[in-house]
Design a protein around this ligand. Sequence first.
Ligand code: ADP
Ligand code: MG
Length: 589
Amino acid sequence: MSSVKRFAWPALVLVVLLIAALPLPDFWITQLNYIALYSLVGLGLVLLTGVAGLTSFGQAAFVGMGAYATAWITLNTGLSPWLTLFIGLAITGVSALIVAGITLRMSGHYLPLATIAWGLSLYYLMGNLDALGKYDGLLGIQGLSILGWEVGQGRGFFLLAWSVVLLAALAILQLLDSRAGRAMRSLRTGTQMAEAMGVNTLRYKIIIFVIAALLASVSGWLFAHFQRSINPSPFGLKMGIEYLFMTVVGGVGHVWGAVTGALLTKLLEDQLQVLLPKLIGTSGSYETIVFGIVLVLTLKFLPNGLWSLVERRLPRTPRRLDWDGVAPLSERAKPATGELVLDVQAIRKQFGGLVAVNDISFQIKAGQIVGLIGPNGAGKSTTFNLITGVASLTRGQVVFRGDSISGLKSREIAARGMSRTFQHVKMIPDMTVLENVALGAHLRGARGVASAMAGLNRMEERQLFREAQTQLERIGMGAYLHEQAGNLAMGPQRLMEIARALCSDPALLLLDEPAAGLRHKEKQGLADVLRQLRSEGMSILLVEHDMDLVMDVCDHLVVMEFGTRLTQGTPEEIQQNPQVRAAYLGTEH
Ligand code: ADP
Ligand code: MG
């Protein structure tokens, strides 16, 4: 932890204790209690929307689940609220799993729509069940107490609720800065890159959805015992939209944005409810209109929310490189030089009537750089995608290190030791170079969400970062460790992708146009890197347009045209080949 963070947590705890000790009017303590309850829901939305890019209007329904579960069970069975908390969490968790399992497979706007449907249906369910008191709800819910100490109201509840908020915030911050967290943060930019790094993206999306629902459920549990009575209205779609609204205004990309949003929304709401009727002269919920305007203005002028104003001013301390002497990650057994690594056997891809890849065959041996070249539209990228499992074969077979990998998912192929880069760089722009590269070692770690939240992953984290640093230094990027990836120029970005691919300890590296957009000098640097990797025994498949680079570094070339293999051979043979000169090199000049 950096020194700023070391002082930040005790300071936060102190602030909470201080507020509880100060002679503030009870009204303010009550407001702060509601802000804590909203913040908890917002924390879930930070993960869901800010981190994973998923939108949910249905969080209020999960709050309702937690609230109704504890209310009904404590009223009807006399069980302790501390037990019903977990029953509520279990019910919410299972429901969230079902909703997520059905909707997260579908892309686009299915999830937001599904959460709206979910929010609506649960609201009417709560309002129509006799056992839940219909729209009147449930009354006479008991307050909370810890070992005889009443924490149901006022300052006791304040301390309880804000402890929960701080703990949840700490857990989420630790999660985001972990192996699992880096995988989660990669979701917002699509799933292709993460899957190629071996991340099961659907699994992480489901986990995030469930965590967000559980946080909402805890908020509902606290709410029920704080208010002592519940009815369906705070759990309807309108509130679901409001939760999203306040978190976006506060800053959905950051944990403290959730608290900022809850704080400002509640304070603004209170002020407006008093102020607006005075200004306008009639009463009515005009604050909704003002909120709408605030939302639009925030999105326009502060798309990252209000917290971003604060965050910008916080000092950035680089990660401490504290992995000296940490055991290196274990490496897979590599093929011996000259051994057959990749055997592409008459692979074919048809898009409707178009044969994009027409029975292409070639081989790569360990320690070889093979270039795949051909004019635009020749089918190189499609071939690349067939080998890496991004696209499915129409027919033919790909054999990697002796086993057929046809039909395997791209993350399963990655697990077998094939790693790739992308024609259009795919990265997490707001993470450092070191963190981006560490994502490449995802499959070499095992620590999951729970151990990250509890901070039990430190040793493995050091190992992963040690590997990331090693790979960055291996390709001459040692000076960029703490740069924010999004600030890099094209050349270093492409090298960063290569380091990330190397982090997975691959036996075969596939590079899709690594020289695109590079300056002359950077291309020479890249050629040196490729030659160095080969000298260390790496096998490489290179799709590249730059003929100088290709002729310079490749041992073997495969030339494609209109989906078909035109010819193959050494760079010298290809340069002499009249067919190639006509079909390809001729058109270049
Ligand atoms: P290259 O990478 O050599 O420029 P591609 O593999 O991208 O070529 O494309 C080969 C051919 O397949 C092109 O005619 C392209 O339009 C077509 N193609 C590629 N992907 C798809 C797709 N998803 N659906 C339909 N046609 C595609
Ligand atoms: Mg292409």
